[in-house]
Design a protein around this ligand. Structure first.
Ligand code: SF4
Length: 316
């Protein structure tokens, strides 16, 4: 995950819930993709603090660093080394067809894409293959990148010998939570609810969420199937979803009340998270220890993989 600072609900639903569940069953590696962050923002001055903020959110969400190493991409030099090797195995035309990059170019109004930005799925392939990952827990929007990683792994294995497993995507059922304006939830689009938001901030933000545009007055019948707030009820208030749906359709429920109710559910869900967050913010030494330990363990694994790569390529 790129260190863009504090995380939002979309991260919790699309990634963190999945990661926490998976750590009981799998050996997980949690990468802070600080080099990746440079693809869309050259200013690196906040990268360290953003990484720390993100690690705090990960720990507060339940990632256990003793089970699953947490580490920064920039501190494991083998990422850039493997990236170079892998970049020979894919064409520029293939990268230009990548729908995820096309979407970013459109959303961020990028006129001239850099070499590094176009090739970031190759760096991502290195991030996965360096640890010989079998499964990549991702949101739907990252599926094209996992496909690129699979293609590159196949190409390497065919060219030099079997070193890498072909990684597969592990999607969550509710992988993509829309933002308050109905578009993908993203900090750059200003439509997020942060995991660290207070109950008051959550209610204020929810009040701005888009609903059924034809439900103007409280008693107008609504169409929950096209309403963003109803999507949030389905995710965060499943016990009351049926009643909300019925009362929205009949006009018995107004949008103001409906939003207040889902805001309360989201606040309640995030209360234990905020408490844990406060603890880690007060103990920065623990965060530094988590990173130092994770980086040592990740480096050992990365070195072993690069030995396999060099041997397969007769560069050993
Ligand atoms: S009542 Fe709720 S579900 Fe219905 S349109 Fe308003 S916000 Fe959406």
């Amino acid at each position: 995950m790129r260190p863009t600072g504090k995380l939002h609900l979309g991260h919790l639903v699309g990634a963190l819930e999945n990661w926490v569940a998976l750590q009981a069953e799998y050996e997980n590696y949690h990468l802070i993709a600080d080099y990746h962050a440079l693809t869309t923002n050259l200013d690196s001055s906040a990268l360290y603090q953003n990484s720390v903020d993100m690690v705090i959110d990960w720990l507060a969400a339940g990632i256990d660093p003793a089970k699953s190493p947490i580490f920064r991409q920039s501190q494991i030099k083998q990422h850039t080394e493997l990236h170079l090797v892998l970049s020979m195995l894919i064409t520029a035309a293939r990268l230009e067809r990548n729908p995820a990059v096309k979407e970013q170019v459109r959303d961020l109004n990028i006129e001239n894409i850099t070499y590094g930005h176009l090739g970031y799925p190759v760096l991502q392939a290195a991030d996965i293959l360096l640890y010989k990952g079998d499964l990549v827990p991702v949101g739907e929007d990252q599926l094209p990148h996992v496909e690129i990683s699979r293609e590159i792994a196949r190409k390497f294995n065919t060219q030099y010998g079997n070193v890498f497993p072909e990684p597969e995507a592990k999607l969550t059922q509710f992988a993509r939570l829309p933002g308050l304006d109905g578009r993908r939830m993203s900090k750059s689009l200003g439509n997020t609810i942060l995991l660290s938001d207070s109950p008051g901030e959550i209610q204020r933000k929810i009040r701005s969420a888009v609903t059924d545009p034809l439900k103007v007055r409280k008693n107008d019948p609504g169409r929950p199937e096209i309403c963003l707030v109803f999507t949030y009820h389905q995710k965060f208030n499943s016990l009351e979803t049926h009643e909300i749906e019925t009362n929205c359709r009949s006009g018995a429920l107004g949008c103001v009340e409906c939003k207040r109710r889902v805001g309360e559910k989201i606040s309640a869900l995030l209360t234990p998270f905020r408490d844990k967050r406060a603890y880690y913010e007060a103990h920065p030494d623990e965060i530094r220890e988590v990173l130092a330990d994770g980086e040592t363990r990740a480096r050992d694994r990365a070195e072993a993989t690069m030995t396999d790569v060099h041997n397969a390529m007769h560069l050993g």
